[in-house]
Design a protein around this ligand. Sequence first.
Ligand SMILES: [Zn+2]
Length: 83
Amino acid sequence: MDHVERHVERHSLELLLGEHPTTPYGYYSRNKKALVMNIGTGGGTLLHEMVHAMAEADFEDIPSWLNEGLGSLYEASFTIRVA
Ligand SMILES: [Zn+2]
């Protein structure tokens, strides 16, 4: 993605959500209840941010250390098929 594309993307997000993304990977917007993803970075970030959305829906005051810990746990998880 070149500089112009990044500028257009950032400006579009600001118009759409009224927020200023601080990361190129993605984030969960608690205010807008929206996932903003750069899916080109892989599925780990998507899982991480989905955990935030689900955790905050059930536990509005979840401590950030627990919320980030859960996100990191699921981001790094994978399945092993056992015969
Ligand atoms: Zn996180």
